[in-house]
Design a protein around this ligand. Structure first.
Ligand code: 3H9
Length: 719
C-alpha cells in the first residue's frame, strides 16, 4: 500500500507501507501507480517525495510473490511513469533501498539518503538481475565499472559511498523526508529532462571490450556454475552498447531465463532458510519466541588455540568484553599477539579503532569467575574438557552459561560434570571463527530454553547464522560429513583418484573437493578421532580383515597416509603434493598414485572405470541420506536447518540450495532408487541403505521440501 498526503502546501508525499521492509508487493505497486497518477493530476501539487514507512525506504520486490501467479501492475512501466513525470520526484531514502527499492529510487529525478541508509542491487544473490531497469539505469548514472561491481556482487553500500559513486545527490543526518521536501520545492517548476537516467548515454569507456572480458572471466571463475552473475554482466553490457529500449529488452530476456531457473529457486529458498533457522524450537516445546535470551556483557574464552583466538576476536568485534584464558604461558603470549593483530587488521579495513581494550588475558581459570558466559575451546579431548567443566562449575558465579566449542563430543556428558547442567550448551564454531558464518548451537536434553536462546542470540549478534541442533556424535554438519568422506575413500579403493573425485565435486560447485579440503583441514584430526573410536590402532584384534571394522566396510587409506607422516598442507604432502609445508597449491602426486595401485594389488582389488555420475551420486546421496536420518532422529528441526548448515559452514554451493533442497530438486524417488542401487552393490556399507524418512516421503508422493516438516510430525506422532 502507499499512503498519499500533502505537505508544505504543494508537495505530494507518497509513503510505502508494507512492513517490515516495505517490499513492493502487488498492493504496494498498485498504491504507487495510483498515488503517482494522483500527484501528477493534482494542480495544487508541484513536486513529489517518495519515502517508506518506519524509517525503511524499500527492501525491493516482494520475494514471497516469486513463483506465484503475477498480479498487480508490473514494476517497469510503474518506474517509467515516475521518471517521465513532469513534476520533480525525489526519493527520501532511510534504512534500506535495495533491489527494486533502489530501482524505484533510480526512476526518481533526485535521491536523498540518510547517513545510516544502505543501498544496493542484491538481486544476484537471489539468482536474478536488477530487472526493473536497474541494470540499464545504474551504469548510465555511475559508469560501467562501478555498476558492474555493485550488480555482480550484490554488495550493499553505505550512504557515504553512494554519494561518492553518484548514486545519491545528498546525504543528511537530519530527518530525510523533511530535507527531501525542502529540496524538492527548490527544484519545482524546473525541467527534469536532464534528470531522466534512461535518456542519458552510458559514460563511454575506451577499452570497453577488455573491461567486460576481464569482469566476465572473474565472474565465471568465482561463480562456480552460478548463472546469475554471468547474466548480470551481459545485462550491463547491453546498457553500455545498446540504446535504452533495446537494453531493456535484453534485461527482460535475461531475467526470463534466470527467473525460471532452478538456481533462482534455490537461492530464494536459501534466503528464507537463513531466516527460518532463527525461529528455532526444541523437542521439549521450547521456542525462539517464548524463551528469553540473557544479556551477555562479559564472556570468557578458555583455550587459545586457533579456535579460541577466532572466538575471542569475534566476541570483541561484537562489543562484548572478553577474558581470554590459557594456562600455558607461551600459548597465551602467542595468542595475545595473534588476537591483537587480527583486531588491528580488521579495524584498519573498516577505518575504525580496534577494540583492543575489550580483551583481557589470563593464565588462570579463576579469571572466568564473573563472566556471564564462558566458551571452552580447549583441545578436542573428552577427559580434558570434562576437567575444565568441573573446574568452571566450581569457579563461575551462579547463572554463568557454560558453552563448549566441541565439533562433535557429547554435550550432555560435559553438562553432567557441572552443578547446573541446564546452563550448558554447545557452541560449535567453524574455523576461522571470526570469519565463518555458521554456528551450531547444540542443545543437550538438559539445556534450558534460556541457555539455548542466549547462545542463539549471541551468535546472531556476532553476525553468525546460528542453527539449533540436537546432541549426537558430530551433531548435524560433521555427522553428515562422515559418510561423505567415507564414500570418497571407497571410490579410491575401487579405482578413482583424488583428482577425479575433487574435480566432480568442484564442477558441482563446491569450492574444494573432499580431498583438497581434507588436506587443508589436516588429515591428523580425523586420524586422532578414528584412533579414539578404536577404528585404527593396535587394539584392533589381530587377524581382523583390514577393510572391515565393527562389522562394516572400512577404508584404512587415510590412516595409512597419516602413518607416512602425510597430514596435508601443513606437512607439504597428503592426498596431494605441495611445494613446501604450508604450501597452498595442490599438485598431483605420483607417489600417491603408485601407493593406491599397490594398495589395490595387496587387497586383490581391480581398479575399474568410475564415471562422474557415480562419484557425484555416491558422495552426495549418502550425505543426503544421513540428513534424512538426522531429521528422523529429531537432531535438526527441519530441512532448512540442515541446508543452512551446509551452505554457511561446509561450502555447499548456495545456488544448489543445500543438500536437502537439492534432493527435492533431483526428485526423492530418484535419490531413493540410486541409494537402493548402490546399497545393493555395497551391502556392507550401512550408510547407503535408504533411511525410513526418505521412504516415507517418497510414499507420501515426494512433497516439496517446504512440507517435509508435516510428514516428519506425522511420522513421529505414530511412534
Ligand atoms: C528484486 O527487487 C527484483 C527486482 O530487481 C525486479 C524484478 C522485476 N520480500 O532480513 P530480515 C522479510 S529482488 C519479502 O530478518 P533485517 C524477511 O523474510 C529483491 N520479504 O531483517 C523477514 O521476514 P520474517 C531484492 C522480505 O533487518 C523480514 O522481512 N531485495 C524481503 O536483518 C525481516 O527481514 C533484496 O534482496 C523482500 N524483499 O534485514 C533484499 N526482504 O520476519 C532482501 C525482507 O517473516 N532483504 N523480507 O522472517 C534483505 O536483505 C534484508 O531483509 C534487509 C533487512 C536488509 C532488507
Amino acid at each position: 500500500m502507499a499512503q498519499y498526503s500533502r505537505v508544505a502546501g504543494s508537495v505530494a508525499l507518497i509513503t510505502l507501507q508494507n512492513p517490515p521492509v516495505n517490499a513492493l508487493s502487488a498492493a504496494v505497486r498498485q498504491g504507487i501507480v495510483d498515488t503517482v497518477e494522483r500527484a501528477l493530476r493534482d494542480p495544487e501539487v508541484n513536486s513529489v517525495v517518495i519515502c517508506g514507512q518506519n524509517g525503511k525506504f524499500c527492501g525491493g520486490a516482494d520475494i514471497k510473490e516469486f513463483g506465484r501467479q503475477m498480479s498487480g501492475p508490473p514494476l517497469v512501466p510503474m518506474i517509467h511513469a515516475i521518471e517521465a513525470g513532469h513534476k520533480p520526484m525525489v526519493a527520501a531514502i532511510e534504512g534500506v533501498a535495495l533491489g527494486g527499492g533502489l530501482e524505484l529510487a533510480l526512476g526518481c529525478h533526485y535521491r536523498i539518503a540518510h547517513s545510516k541508509a544502505r543501498l544496493g542491487l542484491p538481486e544476484v544473490s537471489l539468482g536474478l538481475l536488477p530487472a526493473a531497469g536497474g541494470s540499464q539505469r545504474l551504469p548510465r548514472l555511475i559508469g560501467v565499472p562501478a555498476a558492474l561491481d555493485l550488480i555482480t556482487t550484490g554488495r550493499h553500500v553505505t550512504a557515504a559511498e553512494a554519494l561518492k559513486l553518484g548514486i545519491v545527490d545528498q546525504v543528511t543526518d537530519h530527518n530525510t523526508v523533511d530535507v527531501a521536501v525542502k529540496f524538492v520545492q527548490s527544484v519545482a517548476g524546473q525541467s527534469m529532462d536532464s534528470r531522466r537516467l534512461s535518456t542519458r548515454p552510458c559514460p563511454s569507456l575506451p577499452n570497453l571490450d577488455a573491461v567486460f572480458e576481464g569482469v566476465m572471466q572473474r565472474v565465471r571463475q568465482s561463480a562456480r556454475g552460478a548463472i546469475a552473475p554471468v547474466a548480470c554482466v551481459q545485462a550491463v553490457r547491453a546498457a553500455a552498447t545498446l540504446p535504452y529500449p533495446q537494453g531493456m529488452e535484453r534485461e527482460k530476456e535475461l531475467m526470463g531465463t534466470l527467473f525460471t531457473s532452478g538456481q533462482a529457486r534455490a537461492l530464494q529458498y536459501c534466503f528464507f532458510a537463513q531466516r527460518a533457522v532463527g525461529k528455532w524450537s526444541l523437542p521439549s516445546g521450547a521456542r525462539w519466541d517464548t524463551s528469553k535470551a540473557m544479556p551477555i556483557s562479559k564472556a570468557a574464552v578458555i583455550g587459545l588455540g586457533t579456535m579460541g583466538r577466532g572466538i575471542t576476536v569475534a566476541l570483541a568485534q561484537t562489543g562484548v568484553s572478553v577474558v581470554a584464558v590459557d594456562t600455558q604461558e607461551r600459548q597465551l603470549a602467542e595468542a595475545k599477539q595473534a588476537v591483537s593483530g587480527m583486531l588491528e587488521r580488521m579495524a584498519q579495513k573498516r577505518g575504525s579503532a580496534p577494540p583492543l581494550g575489550l580483551v583481557h588475558y589470563s593464565n588462570n581459570l579463576q579469571a572466568a569467575a564473573d563472566a556471564d558466559l564462558v566458551i571452552e575451546a580447549v583441545f578436542e579431548d573428552m577427559a580434558l574438557k570434562e576437567s575444565v567443566f568441573q573446574q568452571l562449575s566450581a569457579i563461575c558465579k551462579p547463572g554463568t552459561f557454560l558453552c563448549t566449542n566441541t565439533s562433535g563430543l557429547d554435550v550432555d556428558r560435559l553438562a553432567s560434570h557441572t552443578r547446573r547442567p541446564e546452563l550448558v550448551v554447545g557452541m560449535h564454531f567453524f574455523a576461522p571463527a571470526h570469519v565463518m558464518k555458521l554456528l551450531e548451537v547444540v542443545c543437550g536434553p538438559r539445556s534450558s530454553p534460556e541457555a539455548v536462546a542466549t547462545a542463539m542470540q549471541l551468535g546472531k549478534k556476532m553476525g553468525k547464522v546460528s542453527v539449533a541442533v540436537g546432541n549426537c556424535p558430530g551433531f548435524v554438519g560433521n555427522r553428515m560429513l562422515k559418510p561423505y568422506v567415507e564414500q570418497a575413500n571407497f571410490l579410491l579403493e575401487e579405482g578413482a583418484t583424488p583428482e577425479l573425485v575433487d574435480q566432480v565435486l568442484e564442477d558441482f560447485g563446491f569450492a574444494m573437493g573432499v580431498f583438497r579440503m581434507s588436506d587443508l583441514s589436516g588429515l591428523d584430526v580425523g586420524w586422532r578421532i578414528r584412533k579414539a573410536d578404536k577404528l585404527t590402532d593396535p587394539s584392533v584384534p589381530a587377524g581382523q580383515p583390514v577393510r572391515v571394522r565393527q562389522g562394516r566396510r572400512y577404508s584404512p587409506l587415510a590412516d595409512l597416509i597419516c602413518e607416512q607422516g602425510r597430514f596435508g598442507q601443513k606437512t607439504g604432502q597428503g592426498w596431494y603434493h605441495y611445494d613446501k609445508p604450508g604450501g597452498r597449491v595442490a599438485r598431483s602426486d605420483p607417489w600417491l598414485h603408485s601407493f593406491l595401485e599397490e594398495y589395490r594389488a595387496r587387497h586383490g582389488l581391480v581398479a575399474r572405470h568410475i564415471d562422474h555420475q557415480e562419484v557425484l551420486e555416491r558422495c552426495l546421496y549418502v550425505l543426503i541420506n544421513e540428513g534424512f536420518r538426522i531429521l528422523d532422529d529429531g537432531i535438526a528441526a527441519g530441512p532448512e536447518d540442515i541446508d543452512a548448515i551446509y551452505v554457511f559452514g561446509y561450502g555447499w554451493p548456495r545456488h544448489r540450495g543445500g543438500p536437502m533442497f537439492y534432493a527435492s530438486m533431483v526428485g526423492l524417488a530418484r535419490v531413493l532408487e540410486r541409494l537402493e542401487h548402490y546399497h545393493q552393490a555395497h551391502p556392507d556399507v550401512p550408510h547407503l541403505q535408504p533411511c525410513r524418512l526418505l521412504r516415507r516421503l517418497v510414499a507420501s508422493g515426494s512433497p516439496p521440501v517446504q512440507r517435509w516438516r508435516e510428514v516428519i510430525k506425522r511420522l513421529h506422532s505414530q511412534l
